[in-house]
Design a protein around this ligand. Sequence first.
Ligand code: ATP
Ligand code: MG
Length: 567
Amino acid sequence: MSTPLLPSNFIRNAIDEDLAAGRYSHVVTRFPPEPNGYLHFGHAKSILLNFGLAKAYGGRCHLRFDDTNPETESEEYARAIEEAVAWLGCDWGDHCYYASDFFETMYRCAVALIERGLAYVDSQTAEEIRARRGTLTEPGENSPYRDRSIAENLDLFARMRAGEFPDGAHVLRAKIDMAHPNINLRDPVIYRIRHLAHYRQGTRWCIYPTYTFAHPIEDAIEGVTHSICTLEFEDQRPFYEWLLEALADAGIFQRPLPRQIEFARLNLTYTVLSKRKLIELVERGLVSGWDDPRMPTLIGGRRRGYCPEGFRIFADRIGVAKADSWIDYEVFEEAQRDALNEIAVRRLAVLDPLELILTNFPADQIEWCAVPNHPQKPEWGTRNLPFTHRLFIERDDYHPNPPPGYKRLSPGGEVRLRYAYIIRCTGHEQDASGRITRVYAEYLPDSKSGTAGADRYKPKGAIHWLSAEHAVEAELRAYDRLFIFPIPGAADESGKERHFLDDFNPNSLVISRIFIEPELAAAPPETRVQLERHGYFITDRYDHAPGRPVLNRTVSLKASWSAKETP
Ligand code: ATP
Ligand code: MG
């Protein structure tokens, strides 16, 4: 049943087995974000995995808001999450769910557990509950309230819901085993009193289910077959199964029940993938917001110019593993380059201009040169660039005393101006400090690119250029790694833990003025380009306007970052 298109992994093997054994007849997955922050690159892995599996098995994937905690969730986050998932190219169709829409069902589930003697109201304080929980090596102790009668539990729980008690007065706990070796099964708390309005439910509720209780129920309500989550939930799986089995026995859910499968979360070097840490970057003002192009959030990555296809290639390349590991940021960038190469038009820009005068080209003349929009895609056509007497070239494409092997312009040397003529350098001017201010050259009139006989010249190199009169000044925002060490905050040699913000790279944003083609200056926001010989860029989603161009550097053409040693 599985398609051979995707590399095999242990999750697919598990699903294949389930289908072969007849445990399930179809596949339903879900992506279950809590709307308490913006999605990051780690979430992208989970999204592409869940939607990818659904697609591969001809099933469906739900978008589910796990919004059971009224304290931190908001509509703004929920909308941004929808936008980000759709931007990645994933389609949940009619299957968008909110856990909070099912609070009534969850309440009924809790009542069913009480009725079967599987849950009780505990009136200990949070501290008392913690103190009696035991440790990894010692069993816990029963609560003095553990043996309340079913009738008393039903009455208290109903009054909790009715708002008769203040926060913390009681909780509802599953009644399992206080001596269980897995601490998660030592009577976990499943409902809390919280007199707080919920962003969707308003003040309808003053008791809220815990995540561990709500999540399995939500999966069962939606008919999820494979509930795929990150490894930190592995220890919760026994409770997941205990709860759904109990509710199936009570006749609330039908078998087959959803199956939880864990995989390793994504860790990327030189960045942090945890909402808590990302919030800290935003709140301390170290970045301009969640959508700062340096942020590993989907809105940040989008603004920087990363493309959905690049995320897909990356997810396919790293695959899915059962053990935590760190993926080098380079692997992500290489996937983006491969994707952007296919979709970005080529444009010319000079980042650090040096004036070049063609002494034998008439000052009042313009010659239009056809320049391909993508060298491997002739169907994308060409545009015409003006070639004139006064040009800009890159400062480092000229060397007055070239080192051996230098293939670009130097005194007496020849080089091709891409898509135009070959030129021969006749000299330069410099200021008192020795800085080159202007280069002089002659163009060879019979050497125009693409004309008959132009290939009799064999210059060693080719450089790019822009007509100085026509070039448009633009703001360039170049980004570097957000952190200077691969694992931000990792312990140093002495074993001392450091704070991840100690490794923040203060030079991760460099703004400069550059020159670009007029055509690019007039492009709409979010236009992706490859600036030839430089890298991939995008016109800024918010700040770019025709007449006031702003470009973000997405990724350079080649890997350039050299890692510092770990401290
Ligand atoms: P964070 O740990 O950053 O706070 P979270 O797990 O609390 O993230 P949720 O909104 O609960 O955020 O996550 C939604 C889904 O995304 C969950 O299924 C979670 O397992 C998955 N997920 C979160 N972070 C990663 C990651 N780094 N790699 C892969 N999947 C992830
Ligand atoms: Mg979480």
